[in-house]
Design a binder for this molecule. Sequence first.
Ligand SMILES: Cc1cc2nc3c(=O)[nH]c(=O)nc-3n(C[C@H](O)[C@H](O)[C@H](O)COP(=O)(O)O)c2cc1C
Ligand code: SF4
Length: 448
Amino acid sequence: MSTTTASNGERAQPILFRGIDEEGLHTLEVYRRRGGYDSLKRVLDAMSPADVLAELQASGLRGRGGAGFQMGKKVSFMPAGQMDKYLICNADESEPGTFKDRELMQKSPHMLIEGMIIAAYAAGANRAFIYIRGEYQAQADILDAALVEAQAEGLVGERILDSDFELTLVVHRGAGAYICGEETGLLDSLEGKRGNPRLKPPFPANQGLYQGPTLINNVETLATVPHIIRMGGAEYAKVGTETSTGTKLVSVSGNVQRPGNYEVELGTPSREIIYGLAGGPPEGRTVKLWFPGGSSAPVLTGDDLDVPYDFDALAKAGSMLGSGAIIVVDDSVPVVAVALKLAKFYKHESCGKCTPCREGTRWTVSMLERVDNGLATPMDLDIMASVQEQIIGNCLCVLGDAMAMPIGSMVAKFRDEFEAHIEAARTRNPFGDEQPSPDPVLVQGAAA
Ligand SMILES: Cc1cc2nc3c(=O)[nH]c(=O)nc-3n(C[C@H](O)[C@H](O)[C@H](O)COP(=O)(O)O)c2cc1C
Ligand code: SF4
């Protein structure tokens, strides 16, 4: 939506969203007119895969899908030698509050395709997939059309731009399950199985799709690759902070006046994003809590608004940058309602493979319903907090943690409000037969 970039008061140039609203950018003609596929040409004309890898490493680019792992390092884990290797773009984008990949794919599909071809070249992969969430039908159609154009111009397929490099690229539509965004659940789903996470190790770089070495990266990560080649890795690394380089697309939703996607330089004060760009909460309201990196991130409060928006500063503040989705909750929304909404989501999306997640998400929903209808006691809050602790680190994938971390943080930071909520509900509902409160609108504006 917006292309504003801000850093410590100074304005920096957007990288991914520069000219994103230009009419026809989704077509090959307009994308090329603006210098699109020049990076690919430069790579295939004059760079070896090792040269590309060196630029990625110099850029310091960290994955934009959740874990923030360095892309260059991940590419370097791909084994050398002749074998079928794969590249997968994770376009599942199911983390609540996250809608940045959708805008990128919709408005500039060729940026992603170009990034994928370069990344595949660096990783030695000749087969690539875009795994896109089922609900993104319009975006999948746009990608399909862009792919047809790219194939017709010799940018995808055999002997790309008359080089020896070949790549087949397929857009694969998911069926709408959050767990299929987890990289190994995605692999199973792509292989035609039920999307269940796999035990790690082995990691996908060693044994991924069809047991072959597989590089998996997020849409935004891959779309950044042509820009790193254009700018040079070292120049890219000058943007942002030392350990969080570059810019980040941030989806801002919830109780803000201007929800949408914003490109910010990493290290920008969070207040500048929530208030400066997104307009802050409605008049007369204040920020009660906010999720800095999607609904899986431990919550921060209105006292944390000056934390720089980057991987390390947010971790130091006790949360995480995650998918780069800020969800703002103002003082009109009861924290219990937010926690219940969240827990229900994770309970529904748990694949059920491991006990702490399957049972822990179910118990958490039940306990929060007891809190909401006045049946709980303050001791239940201690039990609920301990259930979250027992989930964290004890599951096969981090979906369990993704519920336990924010719920645990809400109970810890808003204990008084939880207790007052129980007391008020008990007074109002002495027989405990009232239905739980209706869901709050947690992600207003996410459909922007
Ligand atoms: C439950 C769950 C859901 C996830 N959903 C997504 C997703 O929708 N998109 C995404 O890029 N990564 C998602 N991830 C993270 C991926 O497992 C993986 O780390 C990421 O695709 C790697 O790309 P990156 O290194 O470019 O960030 C999810 C992880 C978990 C545990
Ligand atoms: S943590 Fe939850 S979603 Fe992940 S494998 Fe275990 S049961 Fe499935």
